[in-house]
Design a protein around this ligand. Structure first.
Ligand code: 48H
Length: 261
C-alpha cells in the first residue's frame, strides 16, 4: 500500500474532532487525569455513564508516576490493593497490610482500563472555568488548550455541558477555587471556602479522604487530593489506596444521584 500523507492527517483530525464534539454533552466531566479522576472514570464508564476527562498535561497520571520522591513505587493498604486486583495491577505484600506496586504499571493500567471501559480522556486541555445556571448549579466546564495559557495568548474558550462535574485536580483543587472566587460560592465546608490541606499524617489523611469525597457544591463532586485540600485534611505522602477509593466513591455518588433523578 502506498501511504497518503493527507489521509493520515485527515484520519487524526476527523477522529479527534468527532470525539471532542461528542464529548460536548456528557453525563460526567472530570477535571484532571490523576489516579482519582481515572479511577472515577473507569467505574462510571463501566456502568454506562458517558464520561470525559480533561487533563492539562501532555501525559496522564498526575502525581502517581513519580511515586515517592521519584522512586517509582506506590504503597497501598488492603482496601486499595483490592482495587488494583480488580483492574489487574500486580502488587506484592511488603509487610502485613502494606502492599507495593509499580507506579507506572498502575497509572498505565488505570488509563487503559478507563478508556477501554468507554471514557474519553483529552490531554493538553485545561479547565479554566465552570459553566453555571439557575441557583448557581454547575452544569459544565469551560476549556482551552493548555498551549494557549502557556503562550499567554488571548484566545476565548469552548464549553462542555455535563450533569455532574468532578474536581480531581489534586492539591490545587482548581475547580473548587474557581467556584469560590468567581461565584462567591459557598462550598459545604466548615468555612464555606477551600479550607486548605494539612501537613502529612497518612493514617488520618487516608481515612478522611474517603469521607471528604462528596458533593461540595451543587453539581460538583470533589475527589482525590483535592477533597483533603478543600475540607482541610492532612496529606498522606505516596500511599495511594485513598486516591483509588476516593475515585470509586465519586463514581458511586454520581451513579446514585443519576439513578434518583
Ligand atoms: C485540567 C488539571 C487542572 C485543570 C490540574 O495531582 P493528581 O495526581 O491528583 P489525585 O488527587 O488523583 O492524586 C493525588 C496524588 O497524585 C498526590 O498528589 C498525592 C497522593 N499526594 C500526597 C502528598 O502528600 O503529596 O492529578 C491531578 C491532575 C494532574 O494531572 C493535573 O495536571 C490535572 O489534574 N489538572 N487538568 N485542568 N485546571 N488542574
Amino acid at each position: 500500500m502506498k501511504i497518503d500523507d493527507i489521509t493520515v492527517s485527515r484520519a487524526i483530525a476527523e477522529s479527534f474532532t468527532k470525539d471532542f464534539v461528542d464529548s460536548m454533552e456528557v453525563d460526567v466531566a472530570i477535571a484532571g487525569a490523576g489516579p482519582s479522576g481515572m479511577m472515577a472514570a473507569y467505574y462510571l464508564a463501566k456502568a454506562g455513564v458517558k464520561t470525559a476527562i480533561f487533563e492539562r498535561q501532555l501525559r496522564v497520571g498526575g502525581g502517581m508516576p513519580g511515586g515517592g520522591m521519584m522512586f517509582n513505587r506506590i504503597v497501598l493498604q488492603e482496601e486499595g490493593k483490592e482495587l488494583l486486583d480488580e483492574i489487574g495491577v500486580q502488587t506484592k505484600e511488603y509487610e502485613k497490610g502494606y502492599y507495593i506496586a509499580d507506579s507506572l504499571e498502575t497509572i498505565s493500567t488505570l488509563c487503559f482500563r478507563s478508556i477501554q471501559a468507554g471514557a474519553k480522556i483529552f490531554n493538553l486541555i485545561s479547565v479554566e472555568d465552570v459553566m453555571i445556571r439557575e441557583h448557581d448549579r454547575i452544569v459544565g466546564l469551560v476549556l482551552n488548550w493548555s498551549a494557549v495559557s502557556l503562550a499567554n495568548l488571548h484566545v476565548d474558550p469552548l464549553a462542555v455541558r455535563s450533569k455532574t462535574v468532578i474536581d480531581a485536580t489534586g492539591h490545587a483543587s482548581e475547580i473548587c477555587h474557581i467556584v469560590v472566587k468567581k461565584l462567591g460560592g459557598k462550598l459545604n465546608t466548615r468555612t464555606g471556602g477551600v479550607v486548605g490541606e494539612k501537613s502529612l499524617w497518612a493514617d488520618v489523611g487516608e481515612r478522611e479522604l474517603v469521607e471528604n469525597t462528596r458533593e461540595v457544591y451543587p453539581g460538583l463532586i470533589v475527589a482525590g487530593m483535592a477533597a483533603n485540600a478543600v475540607y482541610g485534611s492532612p496529606r498522606m505522602g505516596a500511599i495511594f489506596g485513598g486516591m483509588l477509593l476516593s475515585g470509586k466513591k465519586a463514581a458511586e455518588i454520581v451513579l446514585r444521584d443519576h439513578a434518583d433523578n
